[in-house]
Design a protein around this ligand. Sequence first.
Ligand code: FES
Ligand SMILES: [Fe+2]
Length: 432
Amino acid sequence: MTAKMDTVSYENLIHREKVHGSLYTDPAIFQAEMETIFHNGWVFVGHTSEVPKAGDFSRRQIGKQPVLITRDRDNNVNLLLNRCTHRGNLLCNRTNGNASTFTCPYHGWSFGVDGEMRGMPMLQAMGEGFDKAELGLAHVPRVGIHRGFIFASLASEGESFEEYLGDAKVLLDRSADLSPEGEVDLSAGWLKHRFKANWKMLPENNTDGYHVGSTHSSMLMATGSANSGAFNDEMGDPSVIRDWGGGHTELDFAPRYRMSGRPFQWFGGTRKSKLPKYMAAMEAAYGKEETEERVLAGPPHAIIFPNLFLAELNITYFYPVSTNEVIQYYTPLLLKGAPEVNKRAMRQTEGAMGPGSFLLPEDASMAERNQLGLEALTPEWMDLRRGLHREHIDEENGLLTSSVSDETTNRAFWSHYLTMMSKASSRAGSGC
Ligand code: FES
Ligand SMILES: [Fe+2]
């Protein structure tokens, strides 16, 4: 089934207990998602630690649109459209680096890292009264930064950054609060995986606790936790899933870690004595009691809608390519002021997310198989009713919560998706 943006009735395709398979395969829906979610909503773009010095830049995309994160001489972080203002050439094709200016290779116009036009060959032909200031690079209209995480919206109006992030900002805090300096560092470089699946399978999978025992059984066996009851609520795993609103979702392992009473379970069960400098720095910064809680609970495992995955010791984002293709990027979550942790985190990322690893290839191959399975058009619907009868509002935080293997997070994703897409669809249909 394919349809034009203004003829799709998302209410008919998305129900609380099931979603329609065409949501992953219809090119018109993909186009509408790019426009509504990626070009008009808020998305994650990068982190300020990727551009620490004046002149640093990092090349990214917002949906399909190429952008540059730059730091200028006044220490401002800019988000610039990566498009020459002369005839539209891609201004910079390097992944990252340091530059005083960007010079377009086509006719040689040059721009500062702040976006201002610096000059062009044979300026006289532009005529009298020409003002270079008119032809500076376009800035992304709205940028929001929380704990160094950079988000952007290409729409100049709409939901504010604070409204978009909502209460889920505490998830970003939970990552940064593991650093004695209160800051994460995402400058280690990004592993890149391109695979044949619809982008929505990533946020759906990332906070799905149900698949772990099956998809990642080889990892559970290799780490000796196959019979531990982890990820199995029937065997007593007290981990929970949460709907933070706005499509942000969480799979929180902290209850299991707290039950074990042992710190650093999220870090392979490392003993405190192996990280003496880290523990001393944390205690100096936050006190003994608060440090104990932080190293017990660990970093978050959560999605910030639509494209940021706080994957405990990794950070992930992705670019949708088409209905059945996506590019995913991973980097280790490094903590400022914590070299003992960082050295090990790098190795852990290689083992979990690299090409010869367990976790990421397993998830990617499931996503590709999912996409292939959806080529069969019968049955039309995908079932999402798991745990519907037992999800509940957690009185402590007011969030919809359920057991680790339930599909509350998937339902939360689709509920927000439906809100965004049906609003856009009704605007398009009304001719506004
Ligand atoms: S397109 Fe960039 S200078 Fe002409
Ligand atoms: Fe997984």
